[in-house]
Ligand binder design. Structure first.
Ligand code: AP5
Length: 228
């Protein structure tokens, strides 16, 4: 099964992708996380991506498509995928369809998470992350000890692209370049399911699971448990 989590910055794609991965055998693939990892490792991809990410712009399609193709090649054949943050342009969606087609797969479902802009801004301004990418929120999902990652004990930081000006630009880029994908997938064979993302995390998680079960997308998918 191939699922895409689509939605604006801060709507909860990463949070829900990690949960979905824990309760199924779907592999959660966040291209934002892959890019941040490449930046931390100082790879040429990381260096090239940095200026786009810091400006709130999209990293060029050619880099993103190569990155995802590489990932798909390494993925065990029987494992499903929950894409988070990919595709983000029609060109990426077309490239994904070709790459999946090459291995006999296709996009089964697109979960569109939605929430008002004011909610997104509040979530992003309160987001704190560990250097390894574990996500918290100062009031909605605080760590046990203020400012410290529960898992690693490292100090929590703000994401570089969570500054207000950059967030505004990321939201514009979403509306201009990524939102049209909803129409793109409505015109395809994939099931497009809109999910109200302005609710507690567990309610969204249950709604997503119910929607995927209803269309049979989780048939035969066993929970994995453990960390994604
Ligand atoms: P990426 O990392 O994908 O950022 P994004 O899409 O802007 O999404 P976010 O990570 O900001 O938010 P989210 O929806 O995952 O929310 P989260 O769960 O963290 O991309 C970053 C950059 O990389 C892009 O701008 C671009 O430059 C580049 N990039 C990545 N992919 C690319 C691609 N395919 N093509 C080109 N460029 C690409 O939640 C947010 C906060 O809210 C957290 O603090 C969380 O704890 C809290 N929260 C979550 N859910 C709830 C809830 N229900 N109630 C209350 N609080 C909640």
């Amino acid at each position: 099964m191939v699922v895409i989590l689509l939605g604006p910055p801060g709507v909860g794609k990463g949070t829900q992708g990690a949960l979905l991965s824990k309760e199924s055998n779907l592999r959660h693939l966040s291209t934002g996380d892959l890019l941040r990892e490449a930046r931390r490792d100082g790879t040429s991809l990381g260096r090239e991506a940095q200026r786009y990410m810091d400006a709130g712009e999209l990293v060029p399609d050619r880099l993103m498509v190569d990155l995802v193709r590489d990932f798909l090649k390494r993925l065990a054949g029987d494992r499903g995928i929950a894409f988070d943050g990919f595709p983000r342009t029609v060109a990426q969606a077309e490239a994904l369809a070709r790459a999946l087609g090459d291995v006999g797969r296709r996009v089964d479902a697109v979960l569109v998470l939605e929430a008002p802009d004011a909610v997104l801004v509040k979530r992003i301004s309160g987001r704190r992350v560990s250097p390894g990418g574990r996500v918290y929120h100062v009031s909605n999902d605080p760590p046990r000890v203020d400012g410290v990652c529960d898992a690693t004990g490292e100090p929590l930081i703000n994401r570089d692209d969570d500054q207000p000006d950059t967030v505004r630009r990321r939201m514009e880029v979403y509306r201009q370049q990524t939102e049209p994908l909803i129409r793109f997938y409505e015109d395809s064979d994939a099931r497009v399911i809109r999910v109200d993302g302005d609710r507690p995390v567990s309610d969204i998680q249950s709604a997503m699971r119910a929607a995927l079960e209803e269309i049979g997308a989780l048939d035969g998918v066993e929970p994995r448990g453990g960390h994604p």
